[in-house]
Structure formats: structure tokens, C-alpha cells
Design a protein around this ligand. Structure first.
Ligand SMILES: NC(=O)c1ccc[n+]([C@@H]2O[C@H](COP(=O)([O-])OP(=O)(O)OC[C@H]3O[C@@H](n4cnc5c(N)ncnc54)[C@H](OP(=O)(O)O)[C@@H]3O)[C@@H](O)[C@H]2O)c1
Length: 263
């Protein structure tokens, strides 16, 4: 059960996926209220359009970083020394959150990714509180997937650019694989299914066998065979492309951090 009462302030794609994950795991959400201006219902929790009365024990801040200064003044007045505030905002640093929510008991930064909806997500946490205060939050996030404790906000940012954004990159790879298959004459629906199953099957196999990616590639590619011919093309650019992709995401995170700083 999430602490009562819990508020999810901004419950769109990411916080909504967390609610889905908690629902799927059978977590009791009867004391959880989602706050979103549109009032679009969030299945499994009560949805309202503005902050309810009272003081929350637990808050997930799920708005866009650009909305922080619109939301913070009213929310800050409701937080007290017993409130645990979890921010999933990309970029926005702990000190920037503490400056806006000075009375909150504990402020934790979390970087989740979308597969939390299936219980297969990553939730990276940055929590400067003493270690013994952390077990509550670990237990709350465990049903969503793998919980990773970070030592610094730089590490959280790096995880954000890899795992937070990662599902979008994997989705693009699957789509590109399917598209290339269609160009080779495959039926589009079949190509989509094959591309997804290939990624899914490879990931499942690697996890089940604890096998590294180099070993998998070597097992597929026989010397001078068809896969090796394909890898010669892919390997020429892929590392550099992915490195530039993550670097661009990191730069954007740094801009969001700058914009939220209060000097
Ligand atoms: N998407 C991801 O994969 C991902 C991954 C990691 C972290 N994040 C972080 O998660 C946060 C949300 O991203 P998202 O992709 O979920 O965006 P989103 O789908 O646009 O959700 C934003 C939510 O904020 C609500 N909102 C807007 N103004 C508000 C206000 N004044 N008071 C209360 N709620 C308000 C919106 O309400 P309505 O629904 O009524 O419009 C919506 O529910 C961002 O800070 C992002 O950095 C996202």
C-alpha cells in the first residue's frame, strides 16, 4: 500500500505507467489521488483537477519540468515534515526541488522508464537521506521493476539518458528493423511482429543465460556468413550514433537543470 494519503501531481504518460504497474502488482491504491488539470480519469485511482484539501504523506511529482514554477507554490504549502516527495522530473536537481519545497520531510529524485507499467521497468533513485530512511521507498518501487540506488545526480542523469529515454531508442530500432524487412518484400504486419519478437526473444535469452551481447553476436554470425556481412555495415556507425544520441539527451537534461536552478 502507498502511504495514505498519496497524491500524484501530474499523472500523464510516465506517472500513469507507474500507477498501471502498481495496479498490476495488486498494490492498494485506495488512498491515492491523481491530480491533472484535464481531469482525464486514471484507472485505479481517484482523479481530480486541482489539489485536494489536507496534507499528503507521499507525493509523486509527475509534471513536466517546465510546469514546476506553476505547480510548486500551492503544493509547497501542503507539505510538512512527514511528507515524502518523489520527483520524476528529468534534469531538475535536488537543490532546486528543496528550494521550492522547503518544508517537505524527504525529497527523492526518481528516474523511471515506461516498462514500469509491466513490472519490467527501471526506477533509479537519488536520495541523500540517511540509509535507514530508504527502505520505505525501495519497497514502494520494487513492484515496478529494478530499483537502482544512485550515488550522485550525475549518475541519475546518465541513467536517465540510457534507461529513462531507452524505450524510445529501442522502439526506433525495432521499427527500423521492421521497415528494412518490408523493403526486402515482407508483409508489413509480419515484419512488425518479427522485429519485436526478435528483440524480445534476444533480451529474454540473454537474461536467462546471463550471456553478454558480444557472445550472442558471435553465436549468430559465422565467419564470412550473412550476419557478418550485415554487422560490417551496422558496426561502422552504431556505437558513435548511440553515443551521440545519449550525449544529446544529457545536454538537454543539463539545460533543464539550469533552467530550474534558483541562484
Ligand atoms: N515519458 C517518459 O518516458 C519519462 C521517463 C522518465 C521521466 N519522465 C518525466 O516525467 C515527467 C512527466 O512526463 P510525461 O511524459 O508523463 O508527460 P505528460 O504525459 O505530458 O504528463 C504531464 C502531466 O502533468 C499534468 N499537469 C500539467 N499541468 C499541471 C498542473 N498545473 N498541475 C498538475 N498537473 C499538471 C498533465 O495533466 P493533463 O493530463 O491533465 O494534461 C499531465 O498529467 C517529466 O518531468 C519527465 O521528465 C518521463
Amino acid at each position: 500500500m502507498l502511504p495514505a494519503p498519496s497524491w500524484i501531481v501530474g499523472c500523464g504518460k510516465m506517472a500513469g505507467a507507474m500507477v498501471e504497474g502498481w495496479c498490476r502488482a495488486g498494490v492498494d491504491l485506495s488512498e491515492v489521488i491523481a491530480i491533472r488539470p484535464s481531469g482525464t480519469p486514471v484507472e485505479g485511482v481517484t482523479t481530480v483537477t486541482s489539489l485536494p484539501l489536507g496534507n499528503p504523506a507521499f507525493v509523486v511529482l509527475g509534471i513536466k519540468p517546465q510546469k514546476l514554477d506553476e505547480v510548486a507554490p500551492a503544493l509547497a504549502k501542503r507539505l510538512d515534515s512527514k511528507t515524502i516527495l518523489i520527483s520524476i522530473l528529468a534534469g531538475v536537481e535536488h537543490a532546486s526541488l528543496r528550494a521550492r519545497f522547503p518544508t517537505a520531510g524527504q525529497i527523492i529524485r526518481a528516474m523511471p522508464n515506461l516498462p514500469v507499467s509491466e513490472g519490467r521497468g527501471i526506477v533509479a533513485l537519488f536520495d541523500p537521506a540517511p540509509y535507514d530512511a530508504r527502505s520505505v521507498t525501495d519497497a514502494l518501487f520494487a513492484p515496478l521493476g529494478t530499483v537502482v540506488r544512485t550515488q550522485s545526480e550525475a549518475e541519475l542523469a546518465a541513467i536517465g539518458s540510457l534507461a529513462g529515454a531507452g524505450p524510445a531508442y529501442v522502439a526506433r530500432f525495432v521499427a527500423a528493423l521492421a521497415k528494412a524487412g518490408i523493403e526486402r518484400g515482407l508483409d508489413p504486419a509480419l515484419a512488425d511482429r518479427l522485429a519485436l519478437e526478435t528483440v524480445f526473444g534476444t533480451a529474454a535469452m540473454a537474461a536467462a543465460r546471463d550471456e553478454d551481447m558480444e557472445s550472442i553476436a558471435r553465436r549468430v554470425a559465422s565467419p564470412n556468413g550473412t550476419t557478418e556481412a550485415g554487422l560490417a555495415i551496422l558496426d561502422a556507425d552504431l556505437d558513435r550514433l548511440i553515443a551521440r544520441t545519449l550525449a544529446a539527451a544529457s545536454r538537454r537534461g543539463a539545460e533543464l537543470a539550469d533552467a530550474a536552478r534558483i541562484e
